[in-house]
Design a protein around this ligand. Structure first.
Ligand code: GLN
Length: 379
């Protein structure tokens, strides 16, 4: 059989988590929390199953959940989104990203992607026979080179994918970035896919910036998020896409044949949980103190932290320790020092090796402590 993705292997997240298991390493590679979820969520889930919510959900998602999502958007961004026509519940953000890319990209269309980029974007573009045009973010701040974007845009450009707060870099976009994006796509047939799964995990007084707040940009945007990060439930795989009605109706044509609908009891459980409107209030503080603890604990290692303004990932520069490439070091660290991380070069088209590893700090304090103790041994 001819492979449709000849250059795609198993994701680095699966590779490093498996290696962590094999070597009984502390797993700071794949991004998921190791602490229990709020027991109220468990109760809502059991109740949903007990109450008989076990058959197909409506294709677009149960309305009560879409209403809660709309309320959240109003609360955080001040914009009224119609839950009936502008919100679709998906099986994780991954499905929403794939559907949004499928809606927009026709064979030969170009898609601007910023490297290091989350690893599901490029395969989704390729499967739709689009052409990924990958523009590196400026190292080490990982901000967007808008001059490079301007030069890359041409009549074939169909979509620009942004991700803020950014995985794996922890960088966040500014109002000026949004302004530049708007200027570039103005009067062009170019759409925006904004991956905002870490929207509520943002630090140091930074504010999450989204195209949803900008009338002109929103008209051409698909905004993707996920409850996985916000409520520590990555395995529940409930995400959503917000887009204006004309884009949402095209989006749903694809969503209905990707999964038809998303798991019913999970939707009911999240909807019930969101009845309490202050659920998300403490999240920033919670993760900022995890980040600060991890930084404090690794301060006496030879790793140098890069700025992390959001997400639950901390990049550490290891160039004072070794000139090994990042993949080899990530493997060696897992096998010999029993700490698993993610090598950032895998998220670049050209496998650019800036000598940085990504560590997930969505972990119990004692897990972070154990990891730091082991990292200290690396001289
Ligand atoms: N988003 C998670 C990460 O960056 C992993 C998701 C996955 O394993 N597919 O680590």
């Amino acid at each position: 059989m001819v492979s449709k993705l000849p250059h795609t292997g198993t994701t680095i997240f699966s590779v490093m988590s498996a290696l962590a298991d094999d070597y009984r390493a502390v797993n700071l590679s794949q991004g998921f929390p190791d602490f229990p979820i709020d027991s109220e969520l468990n109760e809502h889930l059991f109740k949903a199953v007990k109450d008989g919510h076990n058959q197909y959900a409506p294709m677009a998602g149960i309305l009560s959940l879409r209403e809660k999502i709309s309320d959240q958007i109003k609360k955080f961004h001040g914009r009224k989104i119609n839950p009936e026509t502008e919100i679709t519940v998906t099986s994780g953000a991954t499905e929403a990203l794939f559907a949004a890319i499928s809606v927009t990209v026709c064979p030969g269309d170009e898609v601007i992607i910023f490297d290091p980029s989350y690893d599901s974007y490029v395969p989704a573009v390729l499967l739709n026979q689009g052409i990924p045009v990958r523009i590196p973010l400026n190292f080490p701040d990982y901000n967007i080179d808008w001059e490079a974007v301007k030069s890359a845009v041409n009549s074939k450009t169909k979509l620009i994918i942004i991700n803020s707060p950014n995985n794996p870099t922890g960088a966040v976009i500014s109002e000026q970035d949004l302004f530049n994006l708007r200027e570039i796509i103005r009067r062009q047939n170019i759409y925006v896919l904004s991956d905002e799964v870490y929207e509520h995990i943002i630090f140091d007084g930074n504010r999450h910036i989204s195209p949803v707040t900008d009338e002109e940009l929103y008209r051409k945007s698909f905004i993707v998020s996920s409850f996985g990060k916000t409520f520590h439930i990555t395995g529940w795989k409930v995400g959503y896409c917000t887009a204006p009605p004309n884009l949402t109706s095209e989006f749903r044509k694809i969503h209905q044949f990707l999964t038809f609908s998303t798991s019913t009891p999970f939707q009911f459980a999240i909807s019930a949980y969101l009845k309490n409107k202050s659920r998300i209030k403490n999240l920033k503080k919670f993760y900022q103190s995890k980040r600060d603890l991890f930084l404090e604990m690794t301060a006496d290692t030879k790793f140098r932290p890069l700025k992390c303004s959001g997400t639950y990932f901390q990049l550490l520069d290891y160039s004072d320790i070794t000139d090994e490439n990042d993949f080899d070091l990530a493997v060696r660290l897992t096998k010999e020092f029993k700490v698993a991380s993610i090598p950032v070069s895998v998220f670049y088209e050209k496998k650019t090796d800036n000598k940085v590893l990504r560590f997930c700090f969505a972990k119990e304090d004692k897990t972070l402590e154990k990891a730091a103790e082991r990292l200290r041994k690396l001289k």
